[in-house]
Design a protein around this ligand. Structure first.
Ligand code: CP3
Length: 356
């Protein structure tokens, strides 16, 4: 007799939180909602805690404060998923590269200058840094209600590498692209290192209590086809293969922002359980090409949430209607903007919940 538990049935039962049911491929009504960067400067309570922490990285590395800001948007809006408060650039910081954040300027890193600088990155330093984030994860999970899962995350190797090489966000991440053409061997070594460290980091977040993970590839959209395959798809697949082996029940969301016509190749080749869709991706692609393959998440323009009013009602309605019978996680197509009025977020949550 086969006594193995039927996991797929268990995941789809009503005791499983809506967010995880959607990621298991179920059309949940109303769809679960969370918002990328849901802990952030649009919230006065975030700004207050951030000021107390000192620097942005101090906030990320102080478990009591990072857990507090993670929970703030859950308390205020009752989202269906929580995401650990941290940043994708803790990975280069943990590897020994200097990373700082200045108000209004975005991140600044001491740019990697040559192959020797890649060789000096030190993975043996990462454990003690990641430990603090795992402690944050544990604290959050102890405080969250059972039906609100915590998402762990990391930056995708390509996107993290673009910041490590340029030292900052640039309009087209040309420095990393140039490096990859001029010296693909050392660039591959950097990507391989990031695959290894990021897979271990996600695994650690899962062991600490995260019930899903998201891989942010914010700069996937600047690459030509062949490079997209090499620097976006292959590293994501390598990370996901390792997660599938070690944590087969934990769903993975990929977010290859700007991938356009390569979105379905990304989903097919990586085996993600959910895909984050940027603002420019046609809703018909989300519905007809992607939702038969995995859960679809995102797409609402963050500026529509700033604008509110009729535009918000109309655009949210368009997404809800088109994806009604599909596995759908309601979200924005990119992070929430600091100028977003809180009342508009409240309206959006109510609008999504009324759609069920
Ligand atoms: O979603 C959440 O609430 C979790 C927290 C989170 C942050 N950054 C906190 C943050 C997540 C998931 C990220 C991911 C991240 N960080 C990405 C990928 C997603 C994306 O937006 O494309 C990238 C590219 C970064 C790098 C980064 N960190 C940038 C470019 C900036 C500056 C832009 C800005 O909004 O200031 C940051 C800083 C940052 N990360 C802030 C927050 C809340 C704002 C810093 C502050 O509070 O002063």
């Amino acid at each position: 007799m086969d006594i193995a538990p039927d996991r797929s049935a268990a995941r789809k039962s009503d005791t499983v939180p809506p967010f995880l049911r959607a990621l298991a491929g179920v059309a949940v009504s109303p769809p679960p909602i969370w918002i990328m960067r849901q802990a952030g400067r649009y919230l006065p309570e975030y700004r207050e805690t951030r000021a107390r922490a000192g620097s942005f990285l101090d906030l990320c590395y102080t478990p009591a404060l990072a857990a507090e800001v993670t929970l703030q948007p859950i308390r205020r809006f009752g989202f269906d998923a929580s995401i650990v408060f941290s940043d994708i650039l803790v990975v280069p910081d943990a590897l020994g590269q200097s990373v700082t954040f200045h108000e209004g300027e975005g991140p600044r890193l001491a740019p990697l200058e040559n192959a020797a600088a890649i060789a000096r990155l030190d993975p043996s330093r990462t454990a003690s840094v990641f430990e603090r984030i795992y402690e944050t994860v544990e604290r959050i999970c102890a405080a969250l209600p059972a039906d609100i899962p915590l998402i762990g995350f990391c930056g995708a190797p390509w996107t993290v590498a673009t910041y490590m090489i340029a030292g900052r966000g640039t309009p087209d991440q040309a420095p990393a692209r140039l490096w990859s053409y001029r010296d693909p061997i050392s660039f591959q070594a950097l990507i391989d290192l990031l695959v290894e460290v990021s897979a271990g980091y996600l695994s650690g977040q899962i062991r600490a209590g995260a019930r899903a993970v998201q891989i942010f590839d914010s700069w996937a959209g600047v690459l030509p086809d062949a490079e997209f395959e090499r620097w976006v798809i292959r590293p994501a697949r390598a990370i996901i293969e390792r997660l599938c082996r070690d944590h087969p029940d934990v769903p993975v969301i990929g977010f290859p922002r700007g991938a356009g016509a390569n979105y379905s190749a990304f989903v097919n080749a990586t085996g993600v359980n959910g895909v984050g869709c940027d603002t420019a991706l046609p809703l018909s692609v989300m519905r007809d090409e992607l939702s038969p393959l995995c859960a679809v998440q995102g797409n609402l323009d963050p500026l529509v949430l700033v604008a509110g009013g009729e535009a918000l009602d109309r655009e949210a309605g368009r997404l809800l209607d088109a994806l009604r019978q599909r596995p759908h996680v309601f979200n924005l197509g990119h992070g929430i903007l600091p100028e977003t009025p809180i009342a508009h977020v409240e309206k959006l949550v109510a609008r999504v919940r009324q759609s069920g």
